[in-house]
Design a protein around this ligand. Structure first.
Ligand code: HAM
Length: 424
């Protein structure tokens, strides 16, 4: 036998048996974005490496160690997108969507990060994201948070997640804080690891985001940006809190949220859960007022978030302790080739009338016993059996697969009505 080629570590197949929750989440996403008037944008999964370096930041973990970067055949450096915001901003600038207008955009699709795979952390994962362009006030921050809250609510997850909120303040506040932080880390420099020492020069705020457990205490004792906010930053943050309170969206303040991407300012937030082990963030985002300009566009403020669909699916599975199958409603079988042809055409008519029901017609031959086995496995509620005698009388047999109920003969001209009343 030939050697088996296996999938890449951290890049999962999502099998038919897993897809029911994915569909549920994707439908919930589409319903919510529609309610808030957001429009879909689809961007390529591959972009110039330079885009991510400029957007996410040279000294972030994502750019330093997690990107899938390769040389194109003509030598250009390309990368698989590690997140959705950079591409969305690039596309919006490139197509003139941000000149003298506001935009509410959303996207969904695969992202790629070369992290160490574990439960909830994959190398190919899926994000749903929204980005609101053109509003500098906290109402836009509140709107994107409300979208995430409603989505989690509609998926029945609200009681399993907590909204954690922080502010990174204005750029001015941050510059001042950077100095305070650098002084602090200098004073404990001997306790830092090599990477953090390097970041002390280039981007001391990044040290706060270090994943090295040995640095936990040093980081915990670092001064807080919250204590160095200027008036404008405080006003923005207080404004956001007022909106959230008015909308009944509970949150906890977490001054330690710094986010792993450099483009943020002012509000940052994460929805976390204690049901998924170490990978606790199911969604995260915030405001990024300088990014559009930094990528060559006009000076346009923005806010948004990304939600990890894999993690939301994991959470649904964890709380329901089971996967839901991809079941059908009706399984159709026939006792002869001639009847099978009839059955196929009758079912096409049923599909014309019932657009959202799943009707499976048995394919390939097989004894009644083996067909019944397949019918049972399909999860269908009933089997429709096309047999010689009944068909001569213009009828079909209905067998109940999930209830202990006598099978019955139903006239074909009454089949629609029967299915409407009893099955669909
Ligand atoms: P992020 O926090 O890097 O933000 O990712 C957002 C979410 O994607 C995370 O909260 C998590 O649920 C999911 N996620 C991230 N990495 C992985 C992984 N390796 N495996 C599985 N799930 C993962 C961003 O990407 C920003 N672009 C969000 C944003 C949009 N901010 C403003 N607009």
């Amino acid at each position: 036998m030939a050697a088996l080629v296996q999938a890449i570590r951290g890049m999962n197949d999502i099998l038919p048996s897993d897809n029911a929750y994915w569909h549920q989440v994707e439908s919930a996403i589409r319903a919510v974005v529609l309610q808030y008037g957001y429009s879909e944008i689809r961007c390529p999964v591959v972009e110039s490496t330079d885009l991510f370096i400029r957007a996410v930041g040279t000294t972030t973990d994502i750019v330093e160690k997690e990107m899938y970067t390769f040389a194109d055949r003509n030598g250009d450096s390309l990368s698989l997108r590690p997140e959705g915001t950079a591409g969305c901003v690039r596309a919006a600038i490139e197509h003139g969507l941000l000149y003298n207008q506001t935009q509410r955009l959303w996207y969904m699709g695969p992202m790629f990060r070369h992290e160490r795979p574990q439960r909830g952390r994959y190398r190919q994962f899926y994000q749903f994201g929204v980005e609101a362009f053109g509003w500098k006030g906290p109402d836009a921050d509140a709107e994107v948070i409300a979208i995430s809250a409603r989505l989690l609510q509609n998926l029945g997850l609200r009681e399993y997640v907590t909204l954690e909120l922080n502010t990174l303040g204005s750029f001015d506040s941050r510059i001042r804080y950077r100095k305070v932080l650098t002084d602090y880390f200098r004073s404990v420099e001997s306790q830092l690891d090599e990477e953090s020492r390097r970041r002390l020069e280039s981007n001391p705020l990044r040290i706060l985001d270090s994943k090295n457990p040995a640095l936990k205490t040093v980081i915990a004792q670092a001064p807080l940006l919250m204590d160095h906010l200027d008036e404008e930053s405080l006003a923005h943050f207080t404004g956001l809190r007022e909106y959230l309170d008015a909308m009944g969206i509970d949150y906890v303040l977490n001054p330690r949220i710094v986010r792993g991407l450099d483009y943020y300012c002012h509000s940052v937030f994460e929805w976390t859960t204690d049901k998924l082990g170490a990978q606790s963030a199911v969604a995260a985002g915030g405001r990024y007022d300088a990014l559009v300009e930094q990528l060559g566009g006009p000076q346009i403020p923005a806010a948004g978030f990304g939600l990890g669909i894999d993690r939301v699916v994991n959470l649904l599975e964890a709380i329901h302790a089971t996967s839901i199958g991809d079941f059908s409603d009706i399984y159709v079988m026939a006792m002869s080739k001639t009847l099978h042809i009839k059955a196929m055409s009758i079912v096409e008519e049923l599909r014309n009338k019932f657009s959202s029901q799943r009707i499976i017609v048995h394919c390939g031959e097989g004894s009644i016993k083996s067909q019944m086995k397949k019918a049972d496995k399909s999860g269908a509620k009933i089997a429709l059996i096309f047999g010689e005698n009944e068909f001569l009388q213009g009828a079909v047999t209905v067998k109940w697969l999930r209830e202990s109920r006598e099978q019955e003969i139903v006239l074909l001209n009454q089949l629609d009505q029967f299915l409407k009343e009893h099955v669909l």
